[in-house]
Structures are given as structure tokens and as C-alpha cells.
Design a protein around this ligand. Structure first.
Ligand code: AMP
Ligand code: ZN
Ligand code: FE
Ligand code: FE
Length: 281
């Protein structure tokens, strides 16, 4: 089984890379993609945890924003982690996530809820990418809400009055950066409309022209209709179709391998990288 999109404690997942590899093996996964938000810091630990029977697809989920302000996530897989342009863009996003968090906290404080940056940072592992889930964890600890999910539905979703965006590259730039770093790009959960606004067909066209390799079709956040539309789009433009769990440990309901990628599609995707960078256990 091939699951190309997961998170660890190096961003907003709750399992370490070692735990992720062990759980993936137990779940019958043979190819696992590690795609922490805007970071490659978990790769080394994941490599060290590999054993025969499981291979690692090193990657990252790049936070992006379109010119008209729509949040888009681009999965970069099999790129060179030493590529300075891509590494610099991710570092800038990680840094800007801190200023953005201060702004979200200020808005929440204005509503009379007592929470500080220190409370949030206490929820973050060393060197991890900061995100709203860490704020959610801090709100749970304070007793404001009872779970990450409740924090998102009540307070932290993209349409909330507390929402603030952070610096991110455009998805076109991210796709080009991933490609020049030798990797392949897949747009993550492109139709997850309940999260906020989703991109138009015109934007899709622009991403394809920028070199997009694949579309994440099978994902928990897509309805059957949305999947049908994405399959049509992938066929029309000859894009690779993937499926993945977007596993976050116990931070989300998503289970490892709940959606996966067909081996033929994975073969096509891997062929589009400039080198074979899959790491065998
Ligand atoms: P941020 O990166 O700070 O914009 O936060 C977005 C992250 O929050 C996404 O990557 C999701 O994994 C997570 N998220 C979104 N909705 C929920 C939810 N309902 N429950 C738990 N995590 C969520
Ligand atoms: Zn996440
Ligand atoms: Fe995402
Ligand atoms: Fe994700």
C-alpha cells in the first residue's frame, strides 16, 4: 500500500517520524510519503527508522497562497533537500508563521480569551513548523475547547474572525521551485471546500502550465462529486492521480492508509523526478 501524505511532530502531527514508520509498517504500508508542513527536518529520523519492507518518499507540504488570497497546499516529493531556493522559501514560511500566530492570539485575546504565545510554543516540538493545531492544543490545555477538531470548528477555521494568513509563495512558484530541486509536485486536497475557498479552473490551468505533476484525488476531505471532477481534470491534462491519508497521528481522525495511491500512478509520478530518491529500508 502506498500512502504519500503524512505529518509528524516536525510539524502538526503527534507521532515522531520513528512512530510514523513503525505504525505505517503495522498498517501494511510499503511506501510512505513524509510531508511535514514547510519542512524537511523529519527526514533523517524517518530514514533511521526504516526497515526491510518499507520505503520512504521524502517530501514536504508547501503552504501557498494564490494572487487572490486562496490557501493552497502543494506536496513536493523526491526533491533535493539541499536545494537552497526551496529551503529558503520554506524557512521564510516557517518564520512568518510565528508573527502570524502572534496576530491570531491578539485577536483571540480581544475576545476575552486568555492565551499567550508561550502557551502555544509549549505545544510545539523543538524545530517543528508552528501551526494552528498547536494553538488548538494550547486551547484544549486551558479548557477553552475539548479537542483540536472543536478548536477548528468553533474558532480556528479559515473563515473565522480570528483567522490570519502568513507569507507563502504562490503555488506556481512552489511548483517551479520543487521542479528545479529535482522533485515532483502534487496539489493536496484541492477541492476541500469546507476548509475555505478553493481554486478556480483558471488557477488549475495556471498550475498545470507551471509544471504540476499530479492531483491528490482520494482524500478524506473530498466528496464523491469532487473526486469525479478531479478525475476528469487529471485525465484531460494527463496528470498523475494520487490518494493519501494526510495522517496527523491523534491530532485528526485520518487513519494511515485510509486512502492510497495505485502502484501504476506512483510509478508514473516517481518517473517524473530527476533522480530515484526513494529510500529503501
Ligand atoms: P495552519 O498550517 O496553521 O494554517 O493550520 C492548518 C492545519 O490545521 C492543517 O494542516 C490541518 O492539518 C489542521 N487542521 C485543519 N482542520 C483541522 C481539524 N478540524 N482538526 C484538526 N486539525 C485540523
Ligand atoms: Zn497539518
Ligand atoms: Fe494540507
Ligand atoms: Fe497535510
Amino acid at each position: 500500500m502506498i500512502d504519500l501524505h503524512t505529518h509528524t511532530t516536525f510539524s502538526d502531527g503527534t507521532d515522531s517520524p520513528t512512530e510514523l514508520i513503525n505504525k505505517a509498517m503495522a498498517a501494511g504500508i510499503s511506501v510512505i510519503g513524509l510531508t511535514d508542513h514547510d519542512s524537511t527536518s523529519g527526514w533523517q529520523e524517518a530514514v533511521n527508522a526504516l526497515r526491510p519492507g518499507i520505503s520512504l518518499v521524502p517530501g514536504a507540504e508547501i503552504s501557498c497562497q494564490t494572487e487572490d488570497g486562496i490557501s493552497v497546499h502543494i506536496l513536493g516529493l523526491l526533491f533535493d533537500e539541499n536545494d537552497t531556493a526551496l529551503a529558503k522559501t520554506m524557512a521564510q514560511t516557517r518564520e512568518n508563521r510565528h508573527g502570524r500566530m502572534e496576530k491570531i492570539i491578539a485577536r483571540i485575546n480581544q475576545a476575552g480569551i486568555d492565551i499567550t504565545m508561550a502557551d502555544v510554543l509549549e505545544q510545539l516540538s523543538d524545530g517543528a513548523t508552528l501551526g494552528r493545531p498547536h494553538l488548538a492544543d494550547a486551547l484544549v490545555k486551558k479548557g477553552v475547547v475539548s479537542s483540536r477538531d472543536e478548536a477548528f470548528t468553533q474558532m480556528l477555521h479559515n473563515k473565522s474572525k480570528y483567522y490570519v494568513s502568513h507569507y507563502s509563495p504562490t503555488p506556481e512558484d512552489a511548483i517551479k521551485l520543487i521542479k528545479s530541486a529535482g522533485g515532483v509536485s502534487v496539489i493536496a486536497h484541492p477541492m476541500a471546500s469546507h476548509r475555505g475557498r478553493t481554486i478556480s479552473l483558471e488557477t488549475f490551468g495556471s498550475l498545470i502550465r507551471a509544471g504540476l505533476d499530479g492531483i491528490e484525488v482520494d482524500h478524506r476531505d473530498h466528496s464523491p462529486d469532487e473526486k469525479t471532477q478531479l478525475i476528469q481534470l487529471a485525465r484531460e491534462y494527463n496528470l498523475v492521480m494520487t490518494g493519501a491519508s494526510d495522517y496527523h497521528g491523534n491530532g485528526k481522525l485520518n487513519l494511515l492508509g485510509e486512502y492510497n495511491t495505485h502502484p501504476d500512478q506512483w510509478e508514473r509520478l516517481e518517473d517524473r523526478a530527476d533522480k530515484r530518491r526513494v529510500i529503501a529500508g
